[in-house]
Design a protein around this ligand. Structure first.
Ligand code: NAD
Length: 348
């Protein structure tokens, strides 16, 4: 769901009419009544909402059955991932939609403010799903994350000390596991060390240290990102064969191809599979498991931009904010974002 009752209230207060599709919040455990109480007009069915809105807020890119509902001049603010879909790119161009993509809004320090909450959610979920699968009933070696007094804690290895990795580490530490974090970027490790003052082991990432850490681990969480590239392959099949039987590997980086050799995308319905004697969890859309939290996390960061788009109109809003300007992917029948144009052999 792309908006919360608080978002409806804010937009309404700024003088905008807000239309919400009936039942759209159900998956995120938000009722139509709560949206209506915040000032939304509830409309039946997607056709009515697409027809009513000048600015459309969504979570995911439009699917084929939605293409026909888009109309010229409409502004679409959502995750678009157009480099991965020529079909969706063509649809936005044909319909002359102004497409502003959450994932390419970029701050001057090169961080991606509308992707960060999803990494926070995936990172915090990783020890939760990992600890579940470490239980015997979950397929794992039957280890309790925090141990108990007199018994060793679980050993958790987090590869990547970025947004998702440090959120994973925070939760694993909260569960009283022993946590080791590896990163190639020493500045990230310095920050982690300063934050946790000795409660967390930081190690410079290289093949030798990864092998040493992984052999000894109960739970490994892969949380690396190399911007603009496929995830590096950091744990081979052969290394997994030498891991503890019943150990668990969670590959958060699966949406970029995964950072373990045997990673392949799984779903919430069937999230794990066995490699040698270890369990792999590779769900590409981890935030989808906790849609209530994810909706609030996402809308906390999108709402300020949505308000600017509604208040100023998209043109003045992107002129006023270079970060939002980088979100502009299509306009007036053209691709306006370089990497998307490049991916499809077009000119931006
Ligand atoms: P980030 O940029 O904040 O952090 C990535 C870290 O990986 C950086 O600190 C970088 O230095 C480090 N790194 C790169 N190569 C490394 C190596 N060889 N060894 C150790 N560390 C290395 O990225 P993020 O926001 O935490 O995202 C991580 C991944 O999670 C991305 O691929 C992202 O798309 C993905 N993600 C997946 C889901 C999901 O549902 N599965 C959800 C959100 C994000």
């Amino acid at each position: 769901m792309a908006i919360t009752p608080a978002g409806v209230f804010e937009l309404n207060r700024a003088g905008h009419e807000v239309f919400v599709q009936a039942g759209a919040g159900a998956g995120s455990s938000i009722n139509d009544a709560d949206f209506a109480a915040a000032g939304a007009t509830i409309l039946e069915g997607p056709d009515a909402v697409w027809a009513a809105g000048d600015l459309i807020l969504k979570v995911k890119e439009p699917i084929a059955e939605e293409y026909g509902r888009m109309r010229e001049g409409q502004v679409l603010f959502t995750y678009l991932h157009l480099a991965a879909s020529k079909e969706c790119t063509d649809a936005l161009i044909d319909r002359k939609v102004t497409g502003i993509a959450y994932e390419t809004v970029e701050l001057p320090d090169r961080s991606l403010p509308l992707l960060a909450p999803m990494s926070e959610v995936a990172g915090r979920l990783a020890p939760q799903v990992g600890s579940y699968h470490l239980m015997r009933s979950g397929g794992g070696r039957g280890v309790l994350m925090g141990g108990v007094p007199g018994v060793y804690q679980a050993k958790v290895v987090v590869i990547g000390a970025g947004v998702s990795g440090m959120n994973a580490a925070a939760i694993a530490l909260g569960m009283q596991a022993e946590v080791l974090v590896l990163d190639k970027n020493i500045a990230r490790l310095r920050a982690a060390d300063a934050d946790y003052r000795g409660h967390l082991q930081t190690i410079a990432s290289n093949a030798y240290e990864i092998e040493k850490a992984v052999i000894d681990a109960d739970l490994v969480i892969g949380a690396v990102l190399v911007p603009g590239a496929k995830a590096p392959n950091l744990i081979s099949n052969e290394l997994v064969s030498r891991m503890k039987p019943g150990s668990v590997l969670v590959d958060i980086a699966i949406d970029q191809g995964g950072c373990f050799e045997d990673s392949r995308p799984t779903t919430h319905a069937d999230p794990v599979y066995r490699v040698h004697e270890s369990m792999f969890y590779c769900v590409a859309n981890m935030p989808g498991a906790v849609p209530h939290t994810s909706t609030y996390a996402l809308t906390n960061v999108t709402l300020p931009y949505a308000l600017e788009l509604a208040n100023r109109g998209w043109r003045d809003a992107v002129l006023a904010d270079p970060a939002l300007a980088l979100g502009l992917n299509t306009h007036g029948g053209h691709v306006t974002y370089g990497p998307v144009a490049e991916a499809h052999g077009m000119h931006a």
